[in-house]
Design a protein around this ligand. Structure first.
Ligand code: ADP
Length: 152
């Protein structure tokens, strides 16, 4: 038997994120797991064509992290009020890379991730973050397509 002590739920705060919450709750309650919610804020290097001084880079990242932490707190309050054993984290970097780093660092046992997020292009099978996480994850991934529903 395997323990699923820690479940990672990456959120991009798109409309898709709340639709996955019932699955996260179901799995967490089944396995009695702690739920880690993670948002990866893009660093300023993502906007590489824009010139900014070093000081404002630090300032930019601090403000993005602070704002994202507030959004994370609100998300947890709204969607996880019925489940106390959860925590929210915000880090800066490349989303797929940071999700995979987090899995190692926090000894995550399972990831639950929607196949799509903000861009939500239905025609492609997976968004780029979901695809990289599913391909590279060292732990099982429950991937959920938010745009497909069973017909009956
Ligand atoms: P799309 O191309 O449709 O936006 P993505 O692969 O980017 O698809 O997103 C799929 C899922 O990956 C999101 O619903 C979310 O769970 C996760 N994800 C995407 N971006 C981030 C991010 N910045 N931080 C945390 N999770 C993310």
């Amino acid at each position: 038997m395997k323990d699923v002590e820690r479940i990672l739920f990456p959120v991009d705060f798109s409309d898709v994120s709340p639709t996955i919450v019932p699955w996260v709750m179901t799995m967490a309650e089944k396995f009695n797991s702690k739920v880690h919610l993670l948002f990866v804020a893009r660093g300023l290097e993502y906007y590489s064509s824009v010139y900014v001084s070093y000081v404002s880079i630090e300032d930019f990242e601090r403000q993005v992290v602070e704002g994202s932490e507030t959004t994370m707190d609100e998300f947890i309050k709204k969607h996880f009020s019925g489940y106390a054993d959860c925590l929210g984290r915000v880090v800066v970097g490349d989303p797929a890379e940071e999700i995979l780093n987090y899995v190692e660092k926090e000894k995550i046992d399972m990831i639950i991730i929607p196949t799509h997020g903000r861009k939500g292009i239905e025609k492609i099978l997976f968004g780029s973050v979901a695809r990289r996480v599913i391909r590279m994850s060292p732990v099982p991934v429950l991937s959920i397509n938010p745009h497909r529903k069973r017909k009956i």
